[in-house]
Structure formats: C-alpha cells, structure tokens
Design a protein around this ligand. Structure first.
Ligand code: UDP
Ligand code: MG
Length: 245
C-alpha cells in the first residue's frame, strides 16, 4: 500500500497545475514516503486535464481522475477519496493558495489524530476583506447552529487517515462539513494553523452569495444529523459467536 495520496480537485486551473506540482514534488520527496498525487479534473473546460496528462508523462506518481462533467468540489473530493491508495490522504486546492510546505506538519499530527484540518490563521495575506468577513460570518453561523467549534470550515487543506474518509457519505457542498461529519462518527479531529496565499492565476469558483444561502440549509441538515445520532453502546451479545459453515 502507498503511504500517502494527495487529492486535488481541479476546475479550470490550467495555469496553476505545473507550478503546484513543481512545489509539491520536493516537499513530498522530502517526507521519504511512497506517494501519489491524484488530480481530479472536475469537468474543466480549459487545458487542465491535458496538463496533468503531461505531468504524468514526466512522473507516474501523478494521477489523473476525470469526471464526465463539472460536479462540484465535494464530488471531486469524493472521487479522489475513492481513488486514493495511500494509508494517509491529504486534500488541498489546486490554486496555489495552500502552501505545500505545511504538509509535513499536518501529517505529523496524524500519529495522535484521525484528521488534521488546516485553518487559515492569517487570511489577510490571501483574500479580500469582503471574503474574510463573509467567511467569518459563515463560520460563526455554522458553529452556532450546528454546535461546533471549527475555526475555518472553508479550508480544505487537510490530512486524514484513510479509514476515516472511506465510509464518508458526502453531499454537494459538504466538503465544508467533513470535520463535523468525522467527529459525528467518533473520529478525533484537530485543527492546525496553515499558511494562505493570494490566488495568482484563474478565478475563485465561489462568490459571497453562492456560499451563504446554500449553507444555511446545509447547516440545519448537519444540526439535524447531530441530534439524531445513534449514540448507543452494545453491552452484551449473547450467542453472537461466529458460526462454522
Ligand atoms: N473546484 C472544483 N470544482 C468546482 C469548484 C471548485 O474542483 O466546481 C476546485 C477548484 O479548482 C479549487 C478548489 O476546488 O482547486 C477550491 O476552489 P476555489 O479555490 O475556487 O475556492 P476558494 O479557495 O475561493 O474558496
Ligand atoms: Mg482557493
């Protein structure tokens, strides 16, 4: 089994992919682990897939998983989780906003935790005031309604033990709730400050509006899921021995 799969959802990120791979490769090689980088092309209309194919020609540790049509960041992440062969999985954006140099710190804490989620402690470096404020409001409402304490659920720079993302059932937009869904299933989730950089190429796929309204419904669903959790413990199972066939 591979040690590490890095899963990267890609939607129209053609200019970011070669520089990202150039930054990632030395960091991953420095870990001394067997790794693969799974670019999940989420129906890009630009040359993203072609560029990943070319990267793979130079290095077979690069993989390309292509979705038939644009299905959203959560779908691309889900496809990456299913394709991942590593015992550890890192997710990150394709747009160079996450700093690959943070990966060793994220992975290091997987010895004690099932999932390590980045939070962008210094967002001023990478995002406008409007985005920062809307994100702060979003996190505040999300935490309040779903009784959570996640600092930055919009940050998808995360490391996981693979078993915890394996049976995860995700819905559109739910990449933001992965830390909460994992806690719901009893996994230990910790947050760690990570760097954040401005987007140099391409455009953000989200605006203030398409985030805010949908997530109000989502957060109510998550609240409901938490309140209906089956929190039982089996204390006895008399007669449940394996049967010899
Ligand atoms: N993304 C995707 N499918 C989509 C929208 C976004 O795969 O429909 C990818 C995108 O290419 C990027 C990541 O998801 O790698 C996060 O998107 P973006 O950087 O636009 O979000 P932001 O950082 O602005 O929240
Ligand atoms: Mg981004």
């Amino acid at each position: 089994m591979l040690d590490l799969s890095v899963v990267i959802p890609v939607y129209n990120e053609e200019e970011n992919l070669a520089p990202l791979w150039a930054e990632l490769r030395p960091v991953l090689e420095g870990l001394g682990l067997d790794f693969e980088v799974v670019f999940v092309d989420d129906g890009s209309q630009d040359r993203s897939a072609e560029i990943v194919r070319r990267l793979r020609e130079g290095d077979t540790r690069v993989r390309l998983v292509s979705l038939k049509a644009n299905a959203g960041e959560t779908a691309a992440t889900d496809a990456g989780f299913k394709a991942a062969r590593g015992r550890m999985v890192v997710t990150m954006d394709a747009d160079l906003q996450n700093d690959p140099a943070d990966i060793p710190r994220l992975l290091a804490r997987l010895d004690q935790w099932d999932a390590v989620c980045g939070w962008r402690a210094n967002r001023a470096a990478g995002d406008s005031l409007v985005r920062r404020l809307s994100s702060r409001l979003g996190n505040g409402v999300r935490n309040w309604v779903s009784d959570e304490t996640i600092e930055d659920s919009g940050c998808t720079f995360r490391a996981f033990r693979r078993e915890c993302v394996r049976g995860l059932t995700l819905y559109r937009g739910f990449h933001r709730f992965i830390p909460t869904l994992l806690r719901l299933r009893g996994y230990r989730v910790v947050e760690l400050p990570v760097g954040h950089r401005p987007r140099r190429f391409g455009r953000s796929k989200y605006g203030v509006m398409n985030r805010a309204f949908v997530t109000i419904v989502d957060v109510l669903v998550v609240r409901w899921m938490k309140s209906r959790r089956l929190g039982y413990e089996v204390t006895e199972d008399l007669g449940g021995e394996p049967r010899s066939e």
